[in-house]
Design a protein around this ligand. Structure first.
Ligand SMILES: Nc1ncnc2c1ncn2[C@@H]1O[C@H](COP(=O)(O)OP(=O)(O)OP(=O)(O)O)[C@@H](O)[C@H]1O
Length: 324
């Protein structure tokens, strides 16, 4: 990727503009703007309470933003003019041949998943624990199956379209089970899986909805190093072989620095850094935020870094990734 024209400026799949989210008197997100490049793994990082989950909740329709525009752009080369036209039209989405734009702040969470193609996982795993691993993946495709049935009993019983859709749903479930390394656990209750396996199952379930953008909320939380390595392999596979763009919140800096193409850093609801992993990990503002020092002390931190860390600028700002 050329340093001069990163994908996130050239061809964003998601553009968040001037996003503000207030809860009563608390401004959790303050006029935040950032892009997610098509086909990139983008990490949203920042200390606890920085606003990462709130951003996710706005993008996926769990919260209605107080202000701001969130455009999802399917197909290469969607112009800002097309997004502006949609904004003034008052509609939720528009299509121009292969290209379409969705204004997510105008859509329900259900439509954001089903129509715009944004899938997510949660900080606290939300699987159907009593259902088998396979059933969890079939349930994820329920809406598509019902549409294929024409929402009628005759459709369910006899329409060839429904039979084909049911077959395709099974194939897709098995495909993602095998790529999540869970095929041998297909018939076990989801609750019996290890924590790491449950995280991979959540991702497999999200992939069964054929997203263009996959949002992962702390996918590496609580994983051991082996599980974390398996997770990295799965996320990179999704980007490399399926061209799906990934937006993730993650505290584990090992994971962030290994798999991300682009990192956005939040602190107190504002963006303090935005760039490649190399640019962000040597940014004094990021180091200061993670160390919990005052803005006025950034120069001091920078000076310290010049003395202490300059010989190895590639060292992560905080290898453990968790604010002290
Ligand atoms: N529904 C809500 N009502 C009131 N305040 C909220 C709500 N959701 C989030 N907040 C507040 O917004 C701020 C940002 O919270 P958020 O959970 O987005 O941060 P975060 O960066 O995801 O933190 P963490 O890393 O701890 O998960 C916090 O001060 C939080 O208390």
């Amino acid at each position: 990727m050329s340093e001069m024209s990163p994908r996130w400026t050239q061809d964003p799949v998601l553009k968040v503009e001037n996003l503000t989210m207030r809860f009563g008197g608390l401004t959790a997100i303050d006029s935040l703007s950032f892009n997610v490049g098509r086909g990139d793994i983008t990490a949203l990082i920042g200390p606890n309470g920085a606003g990462k989950t709130t951003v996710f909740n706005c993008v996926t329709g769990f919260y209605k933003p107080t202000e701001g525009r969130i455009s999802l752009r399917r197909g290469r080369g969607v112009s800002d003019a097309m997004v502006d036209e949609l904004t003034t039209s008052g509609n939720q989405f528009s299509r121009d041949g292969e290209r379409s734009v969705f204004l997510l702040e105008r859509m329900s969470d259900f439509k954001i998943t089903e129509v715009a193609g944004v899938a997510r996982t949660f900080q606290n795993i939300r699987l159907f624990g009593g259902m088998t691993v396979l059933e969890n993946l079939l349930v994820a495709q329920h809406n598509r199956l019902m549409a294929a049935s024409g929402y009628t009993i005759f459709g369910l019983l006899g329409l060839p379209g429904y039979r084909r859709a049911a077959e395709a749903a099974k194939e897709k479930a098995i495909f993602w089970l095998s790529h999540a390394n869970l095929l041998d656990r297909a018939d076990d209750p989801a609750a019996d899986l290890s924590y790491g396996a449950q995280r991979r199952l959540e991702i497999a379930r999200a992939m069964c909805t054929d997203p263009v953008l996959l949002c992962l909320d702390e996918p590496a939380a609580g994983l051991n190093p082996r599980e974390s390595a398996d997770l990295n392999t799965l996320i990179k596979y999704i980007r490399d072989e399926h061209g799906v763009s990934v937006l993730l919140i993650e505290h584990d800096m090992g994971v962030v620095m290994e798999i991300s193409d682009h990192v956005i850093v939040l602190d107190y609801g504002r963006k303090i850094s935005d760039g490649t992993t190399d640019a962000v990990r040597s940014d004094p503002k990021v180091i200061a935020a993670y160390l919990g020092v005052d803005d006025t002390e950034v120069d001091e931190v920078e000076n310290d870094l010049d003395h202490d860390v300059a010989p190895t600028p590639a060292a992560p700002a905080n290898a453990e990734g968790v604010r002290p």
